[in-house]
Write a protein that binds this ligand. Structure first.
Ligand SMILES: Nc1nc2c(ncn2[C@@H]2O[C@H](COP(=O)(O)OP(=O)(O)O)[C@@H](O)[C@H]2O)c(=O)[nH]1
Ligand SMILES: [Mg+2]
Length: 461
């Protein structure tokens, strides 16, 4: 990426009601004033950060179109450079016309993530903050969004940077001991350095462990809803999504294909998969659906097996269920239609005893909304391995974890060599850790790293 060019991109969504075009770089002001004009104002330092009303003009168009414009001089802008934003009427055709005109006036189309890349290069944010911008855009749950916001505010970057600074100090001391062995300088006692390193090791190990939550919140959890036809699977999907996504009827075999939707369940991003009920079927389409169910069962991280508590032959179904899910951890059994059992009890005065199952299980009624919270309690516990997770302050990504692991692996060696007063080896170990942590925040990272990170962004960010 050439950082000297002035770049521009459509920042609003395709076909949205308002088109926002952002221009960033040395020529931003000039280009802005060429395509946008107002009777009373021009974009200038005296009108900085004010949204002005005017008109956008394209070539051979003397009428123009109502548009707002704002000039945000660097370094107090998102990218740290001069930025002009045009806010015009939306529509994909109109958006295209505006960006084309801006490019004709001298801007280059911005690449994926180039605005954020520039912000990073201009010291507006560290690499973890830049990554969090992308995390925020792709977040699918409240907890994922809050995590991205915290990381964007520097929660992770500051931690890494503080640890790295302590390591740099220890490294500097080791190097001066090496360079001036004879001199009685005021060095930190080795005992203290070892103590500091041990604390750092614990902190890095803690951060490394957060990759599990980080992965769940960034990638989401896949949960399949399975069971016999008519047990209420699609009804459960709808209630968990909060809207009627799947068709539900009392005709067994209504859902013939698998259906996937993202839900925000207790702050966790969950890919919910509704499936065709598992039964022997002579309908070839239903059979394809059933095969899809079986393959989703293999792939999903959590299984919610729904049983119709009012159905006959429940013992038989439980045997089938336990055979099918024998090796599958993270299975939850929900006895649905418990309302029907209650009614039956009132009518006949005898209560039905449900068969025993060897999975965590809960009685629910999707129709009457009974037991849904209890089901979600079990779900949450299955995902986090404990009842509830407070929103994490930090949770690292797979990329961060890789470098944390590298730093963690050299600290025991650094501790041992410090003990032996082998300053050279100690320095070399600590240097590896400093570099690894630098790659996380973008201090020692290479151009390759930037390119991989920013290429995952969308255009306009
Ligand atoms: N009484 C009662 N009926 C339910 C309950 N949950 C679902 N149903 C009904 O059971 C039928 C089958 O539901 P559906 O969600 O299509 O089942 P699926 O085939 O497993 O997807 C529909 O008529 C639902 O209204 C429940 O908790 N109680
Ligand atoms: Mg269904």
């Amino acid at each position: 990426m050439n950082d000297n060019d002035t770049v521009a991109a459509i920042c609003s969504g395709v076909g949205s009601a308002i088109t926002i075009v952002r221009i960033s770089g040395k020529q931003a002001l000039d280009i802005g004033n060429r395509v946008w004009k107002s009777t009373g104002n021009i974009l200038s330092y005296s009108t900085k950060r004010q949204m002005l009303l005017g008109r956008f003009y394209s070539e051979n168009d003397n009428v123009g179109e109502t548009a707002m414009a704002v000039f945000m001089p660097g370094p107090k802008s998102y990218t740290g450079e001069d930025v002009v934003e045009l806010h015009a009427h939306g529509g994909s055709f109109n958006a295209k016309r505006i960006i084309e005109e801006v490019i004709l006036a001298g801007a280059r189309p911005a690449k994926e993530g180039e605005f954020t890349y520039r912000a990073f290069m201009n010291g507006k944010m560290d690499l973890t903050q830049a990554e969090a911008v992308s995390d925020l855009i792709t977040a699918n749950s409240t907890m994922a969004m809050h995590l991205a916001e915290k990381q964007m505010n520097g929660a992770l970057g500051r931690k890494i940077s503080n640890i790295r600074n302590i390591l740099i100090n220890i490294l500097a001391e080791c190097e001066s001991r090496l360079d001036f062995p004879e001199e009685e300088l005021d060095f930190t006692p080795v005992k203290q350095q070892k103590k500091d390193l041990t604390n750092i090791l614990h902190e890095l190990e803690y951060l490394y462990r957060t990759r599990i939550e980080g992965n769940i919140l960034r990638e989401g959890i896949s949960a399949v809803i399975a069971g016999r036809p008519n047990s209420g699977k699609s009804s459960l999907l709808n209630i968990l999504l909060g809207y009627d996504r799947a068709i539900t009827t009392d005709i067994p075999g209504t859902t013939r294909d698998t259906l996937e939707e993202i839900a925000n369940i207790r702050g966790i991003p969950v890919k919910l998969i509704d499936t065709a009920g598992v039964r022997l079927s002579s309908d070839p389409i239903e059979e394809i659906g059933i095969n899809r169910t079986l393959s989703s069962l293999k792939r999903s991280q959590v299984t919610i097996w729904l049983l119709d508590a009012s159905a006959a032959n429940l013992n038989e179904e439980v045997v089938e269920l336990e055979n099918r899910l024998k090796n599958k951890t993270n299975t939850i059994v929900a006895w649905n239609k418990i309302d029907l059992l209650e009614k039956e009890k009132e009518r006949t005065n005898t209560s039905t005893v449900l068969p025993k199952v060897n999975f965590p299980n809960v009685k629910i009624s999707v129709k009457e909304e009974i037991g849904i919270n209890e089901l979600l309690d079990i779900f949450e516990k299955t995902v986090w391995n404990h009842p509830h997770l407070n929103e994490p302050e930090v949770a690292v990504s797979a990329r961060h974890a890789e470098y944390l692991n590298e730093a963690i692996s050299v600290i025991p060696g650094a501790l041992a060599t410090l003990q032996e007063m082998d300053w050279e080896l100690a320095s070399s170990n600590i240097k590896t850790a400093v570099n690894a942590l630098g790659c996380i925040i973008g201090e020692d990272a290479s151009v390759d790293i930037y390119e991989t990170i920013f290429s995952k962004f969308c255009i306009g960010k």
